[in-house]
Structures are given as C-alpha cells and as structure tokens.
Design a protein around this ligand. Structure first.
Ligand code: SF4
Ligand code: F3S
Ligand code: FES
Length: 223
C-alpha cells in the first residue's frame, strides 16, 4: 500500500500519553494499527516515533503537551515494519557488530577468584552516564547525515565508542578505536548538525562526546 496519512479523533484525558492514545485507537477504532511499546516508562527505547516531525518516546509524551491536532510517523532511517513500527533492533545489532560495542577485556582469561580492580567513583559515574543509552534510535532519526549516508554509524555508536574508550577494563587502544570510527562513516562523517543532541530522551552529552572523539581521532590522524 502506498504511504498515506490516516486520521483518528479521540477525547483527551488527564495524564494521557501517546501510548494510551494509540492503545485506545487500536482498541476502539483500528485493530490493525501497528506500533511498539514494551516498558511504557522510557526504559526499553522501543516506542520512538516522529511526533510532529521530531523524534520522541511516545510513552513519555503527554497529549496535553501537544496541540489539539498532531501527527505521528515512523522513524526514518530504520526498516519500516508497518505504520509506526520500525526495526531499530536490526539496525542497532548491525552497528554493534560492526563497531564491536562490547567490552574487550584487557585480560582475556581473568582470574575469577580475584576481585576486579577498583575504579574511581568519578570514572564509574562518567561511564554510567554514557551507558544510559536505551538504543531508541531518536538520535539517528534526527541526524541529516544518517538520513543521507546509509553507512554513517550515528551518534548512538559514537557514544558507545566513547564509553568503551573510557573504560580501563577495555584492552583496545586509541588506534583500535580509530580503525573503527576514524573515517567518513564514523566520526569524520558527522557534520555537527546536533539534532542528535537535541532529541536524545536521556539527555546524553552527545555533542561533548562527539567533539572529544573527533579531537582525539584528528590527533591520531596527524601523527
Ligand atoms: Fe536514544 Fe540517546 Fe541512545 Fe541515541 S544516544 S539511541 S537518542 S538514548
Ligand atoms: Fe548527526 Fe549528531 Fe553529527 S545529528 S551530524 S551525529 S552532531
Ligand atoms: Fe519503553 Fe517507551 S515503551 S521506552
């Protein structure tokens, strides 16, 4: 079926979120309507969609904060499943496998009888801050580069690289990270459009992290 807009009319209610509104639409008006929700609490990242053209979490968006009439659309960039449902999981998995966004332990065969080395609380806090990403895809959908350039890794990936780079338990060097993101698909493809930073529902410091990574990677490129 060709893409088209579909209008629904509902009565607003106190405390109504887009999750409640969409559930009501599916229950009373259109059982075929497709959208994704799991946690309803801004934790799972599955309910991101365009609300009046801007990426947002539907479960955290109150209808009271929208005008009487508003539009919802699926996130761009990701594979469309149907209606408001997109396959962010497939994209995130591909990105994760490509950039190996998991801990590569310094010691491949750690002595499990010994306690892990202590980490300074400030550093643990910095890592935790970046680990709050819920992989909702809002930053990717808001990025003009990601929309034009299919292989661009997106702010979500750059944030993950920044997170593992900080982690003293990760054995990868800056050169290893450079191999992963030191090109136009990575940090040098970012045009500092900052849509990512503006829409991240977890208010992650994406602007600072990307700028920091870029400075580090430029320094390596000039070596
Ligand atoms: Fe969502 Fe923010 Fe993570 Fe991007 S960085 S996927 S916007 S939580
Ligand atoms: Fe895109 Fe964010 Fe860079 S919007 S271009 S990743 S600053
Ligand atoms: Fe989980 Fe919205 S349903 S973040």
């Amino acid at each position: 079926m060709a893409p088209h807009w579909q209008s629904y009319a509902l009565d607003d209610a106190a405390g109504m979120t887009l999750f409640i509104a969409l559930s009501e639409i599916r229950e009373k008006l259109d059982p075929s309507l497709q959208f994704d929700f799991v946690c309803r609490a801004g934790i799972c990242g599955s309910c991101a969609m365009l609300v009046n053209g801007r990426p947002a979490l539907a479960c955290r968006t109150l209808t009271a904060n929208l005008a009487d009439s508003f539009t919802l659309a699926p996130l761009p960039v990701f594979e469309l499943i149907g209606d408001l449902s997109v396959n962010t999981g497939k994209w995130m998995r591909g990105m994760s496998e490509r950039l190996q966004t998991w801990l590569h332990p310094l010691d491949a065969q750690p002595d499990l009888t010994r306690l892990e080395a202590r980490m300074a609380p400030e550093l643990a806090e910095q890592i935790y801050e970046l680990d709050r990403c819920i992989e909702c895809g809002c930053c990717v959908a808001a990025c003009g580069t990601a929309q034009m350039h299919e292989d661009f890794v997106g702010a979500v990936a750059l944030n993950k690289i920044a997170r593992f780079r900080l982690d003293p338990r990760d054995g990868r060097s800056d050169e290893d990270f450079y191999d992963l993101i030191g090109d136009d698909d990575g940090v040098f493809g970012c045009m500092t459009l900052l849509g990512c930073h503006d829409v991240c529902p977890k208010q992650l410091p994406l602007q600072t992290q990307i700028a920091f990574l870029r400075r580090k990677m430029v320094a390596l490129a000039l070596k």
